[in-house]
Ligand binder design. Structure first.
Ligand code: ZN
Length: 505
């Protein structure tokens, strides 16, 4: 019996067998297969190493290394098991545990997935350094081989592709992570959001499997859309969901996961995810949406458990899940703050969807009341005031006023205030002159300057004098017009001079 090394935490079984080869000095792949499986036709699999019962025998009843535990902790099985039909999961599991040829890659959807698995085994040089320091040797970790994600969650670095090709050619070979497969390239830092996503994926690897039916997934996503306020008359508003997910990740990052979202495509993967589930989706599609919706408040274990508890019926018939009411003043204040800044709809697209969902679930009555109160004034403001219409109405009133007073020379100076009050327009409206372009033009044309007003008074005084057959004297006209030499503007004095001279001649 081969003395297989005990797997390190998060080590792939593929790596354990490869290490056994190194430790035993076995250089022939066939001899390695003979030693471990007594069968030269066994296929080496990075994601789903099969024949687990046989491997487990080498551990001689170690309770931590039963076939099921090996599957759960040392293969990529947990990345798939909760997202495909329970019967399929069960079947794939049975094949992997027993001593038979398995088709897990096809059954669990890995082979046909939109999210592609890596072609080469990958590693994080910083993790490798830590492994060597802690264990004295390096090994292939599971978390480096996730489909679609090429990031180390521990270090927030992009992974480096090793020269070890995962292909049919090497299907009977287990290749260890030894110094000669390490490349000398310096790792690059990834973004905070992508590092967080990698951390969530790592969490998922360590969660127990939940049996979830596709109807339960359909139901969960319908409720999620509802909690986000993206369901109108029972219809999911897919564009708003796309805005949320695209806004959070950006098109470039989604493309890097091979998960672009085309809003014009009626059957883009995001729309399908929020429709009735006809096929299963990759762990990465689920995580991308959850992180965009819940951000830091995402609790994978809670979601998986909750979905597994949903009834397996059509989602329209499902009563909303009632959560206990929790009053969290800090969350309430935070929501008030972000709504003041972005508005209710905007806040959900600015990374606060998670907060919204939390409040929706635990403090719905307060949330709905607060949101309603926050939305109402702006609706009133937008709907009630039709400025162009108001502008036309006011300018008509002003024109009829000016037609009336143009020939009345004895009115007060025609200032904006005088015109507005005499045209029966509320004085407060003058503050919004930039929204009333016609009125503004009117005031520019008809408001009197001091000179114009003084001229009008001189004319009026002249008419008055002439009516009384009085001689036009400068002093008399000035007195009647209420003007003094000091206050009279130069152009007005000139006019007065002409008037007096004209009358005298
Ligand atoms: Zn690392």
């Amino acid at each position: 019996m081969a003395c297989l090394p005990v797997p390190y935490p998060d080590e792939l079984l593929y790596s354990v067998i490869a290490r056994y080869g190194v430790h035993s000095g076995i250089t022939s792949p066939k001899q390695l297969l003979d030693d471990v499986f007594q069968n030269r036709k066994i296929i080496a699999s990075v994601a789903f190493q099969g024949h687990l019962s046989q491997i487990s025998i080498h551990y001689q009843g170690n309770a931590d290394l039963t076939p099921c535990k090996l599957l759960q902790a040392h293969t990529l099985f947990p990345l798939y098991s909760s997202f495909v039909h329970p019967d399929i999961t069960e079947h794939a599991k049975h094949e992997l545990l027993s001593d038979c040829r398995h088709s897990a890659e096809v059954q669990l959807g890995k082979a046909a997935s939109k999210v592609k698995s890596p072609y080469y085994l990958r590693y994080c040089p910083l993790c490798v350094g830590a492994q060597v320091k802690q264990y004295g040797e390096a090994f292939w970790a599971r978390r480096w081989q996730l489909p679609g994600l090429s990031v180390c969650a521990e270090h927030g670095m992009y992974l480096i592709g090793s020269p070890v090709l995962i292909s049919e050619v090497h299907r009977h070979q287990f290749i260890a992570l030894s110094p000669h497969v390490l490349l000398h390239s310096s790792p690059r830092l990834t973004t905070k959001k992508v590092a967080m996503l990698a951390a969530y994926a790592q969490q998922l690897l360590n969660l127990p499997e939940q049996r979830i039916h596709s109807l339960q997934w359909s139901c969960f996503y319908y409720q999620l859309a509802k909690q986000l306020g993206f369901v109108r008359r029972k219809r999911v508003e897919h564009n708003l969901i796309a805005n949320l997910v695209l806004g959070y990740w950006g098109a470039h990052t989604l493309a890097s996961f091979s998960l672009s979202i085309s809003k014009v495509d009626e059957n883009n993967w995001l729309r399908c995810l929020f429709r009735k589930h006809r096929k299963s989706f990759s762990y990465l599609q689920h995580l991308i949406v959850w992180q965009a919706c819940y951000e830091q408040q995402l609790d994978l274990a809670e979601i998986l458990f909750e979905v597994s508890q949903l009834p397996q019926s059509h989602y329209d018939d499902v009563p909303a899940h009632i959560e206990p009411v929790i009053v969290d003043q800090v969350r309430r204040t935070e929501w008030q703050h972000v709504v003041a800044k972005f508005g209710v709809k905007g806040a959900r697209n600015q990374g606060f969807a998670g907060l919204y969902i939390w409040l929706y679930r635990h403090d719905k009555q307060w949330l709905m009341q607060f949101n309603q109160d926050s939305v109402r004034p702006s609706i009133v403001k937008i709907n009630k005031v039709d400025w162009p219409c108001r502008d036309k109405k006011y300018v008509k009133q002003l024109i009829s006023l000016i037609n009336e007073v143009e020939t009345q020379l004895d009115s007060d100076r025609h200032t904006v205030t005088w015109l507005v009050t005499h045209a029966s327009i509320p004085l407060s409206q003058i503050k919004h002159l930039e929204k009333l372009p016609l009125c503004k033009l009117f005031f520019e044309k008809y408001c009197e300057s001091i000179e114009e007003y003084q001229c009008r008074r001189i004319a009026l005084a002249c008419i008055d004098s002439l009516k009384k057959y009085e001689q036009l004297k400068a002093w008399r006209i000035e007195r009647i017009a209420g003007l003094s030499k000091e206050r009279t503007r130069p152009i007005v004095s000139q006019l007065l001079g002409y008037a007096v001279k004209y009358e005298a001649s």
